[in-house]
Design a protein around this ligand. Structure first.
Ligand SMILES: Cc1cc2nc3c(=O)[nH]c(=O)nc-3n(C[C@H](O)[C@H](O)[C@H](O)COP(=O)(O)OP(=O)(O)OC[C@H]3O[C@@H](n4cnc5c(N)ncnc54)[C@H](O)[C@@H]3O)c2cc1C
Length: 234
């Protein structure tokens, strides 16, 4: 773990309240992280806020990307929204144990709501870019409230179309659309067969309520606790 600073290189809006921030490390400094880990931004001497790194370590030479839900409108999201290109942040990192385990099952289920997709995108792209890992079936279940909250759709549609990921299902909990399922991201769980479950791992990220209900449903279905990995954002 290092304490370092990085300059804002790019800032773009992805969805209603979601912004993507690309930061560039100082030339002398590199962030050696594992897919799924996060940094803690030092907002002021007494305040730190954690953000998962969305980019893959395999593509992040000297820079890293964060995907941030600015809706909380708190001390950190306000600071981030007022940053201009070239402005610096201080942070510590990388931190966290929410990473891909050394031994991977055949079926890898990634389940996220909102910006919970961030560490999962890093993991999924690391698996895709590291071609030796392509023997795994990657399933992505991604939920938001409304259609305007969805993001990275073209990216994951592309991975689905070129066969890099086996399944990509989008869920909306508050409205309907032809390309999405109505309801919660957990609705694929009851249909999982015992055979699939016996060779699967599950990576879950989002708010506490969503992570807890996903975990409860997986455990009820007979998934071993050791095959469930999670990160809670709030
Ligand atoms: C390990 C870890 C990784 C994280 N990674 C990310 C990330 O990649 N992207 C990201 O957007 N956030 C992430 N978070 C959440 C982030 O650290 C902050 O909590 C969030 O940005 C709010 O900070 P704030 O200072 O602006 O608001 P605060 O004043 O701290 O919070 C205001 C209120 O909003 C709630 N809240 C926080 N986040 C959300 C949310 N997404 N939706 C609804 N309510 C929320 C808090 O519980 C609090 O009640 C992560 C949290 C953890 C613990």
């Amino acid at each position: 773990m290092i304490k370092a600073s990085a300059k804002l290189k790019l800032k773009r809006q992805l969805a209603n309240f979601v912004w993507e921030f690309t930061f560039e490390m100082n030339e002398s400094c590199k962030l050696c992280f594992e897919a799924g880990q996060y940094i803690a931004i030092i907002v002021d001497p007494k305040t730190r806020r954690q953000y998962s790194i969305v980019s893959s370590p395999l593509t992040s030479e000297g820079e890293f990307i964060l995907t941030i839900d600015v809706k909380p409108n708190g001390v950190s999201t306000n600071l981030l929204m007022t940053l201009n290109i070239g402005d610096e942040i201080s942070f510590i990192g990388p931190i966290g144990n929410f990473v891909l385990p050394k031994t991977l099952s055949t079926n890898l289920f990634f389940v996220a709501t909102g910006t919970g997709i961030a560490p999962l995108r890093s993991m999924i792209e690391t698996l895709i870019f590291n071609k030796s890992n392509l023997k795994h079936n990657i399933h992505l279940h991604f939920g938001t409230r409304n259609i305007n909250d969805l993001f990275y759709t073209d990216l994951f549609d592309g991975y689905f179309k070129d066969g890099s990921i086996k399944e990509y299902v989008k869920y909306l909990s508050r409205e309907s659309s032809p390309e999405t399922k109505d309801g919660y991201v957990t609705q694929f769980i009851p249909g999982l067969s015992g055979e699939i479950i016996s060779d699967s791992q599950f990576f879950v990220c989002g708010g506490t309520e969503m992570v807890k209900s996903t975990e409860d449903m997986l455990l009820e279905k007979g998934v071993l606790v050791s095959n469930i990995f999670h990160e809670k954002f709030y």
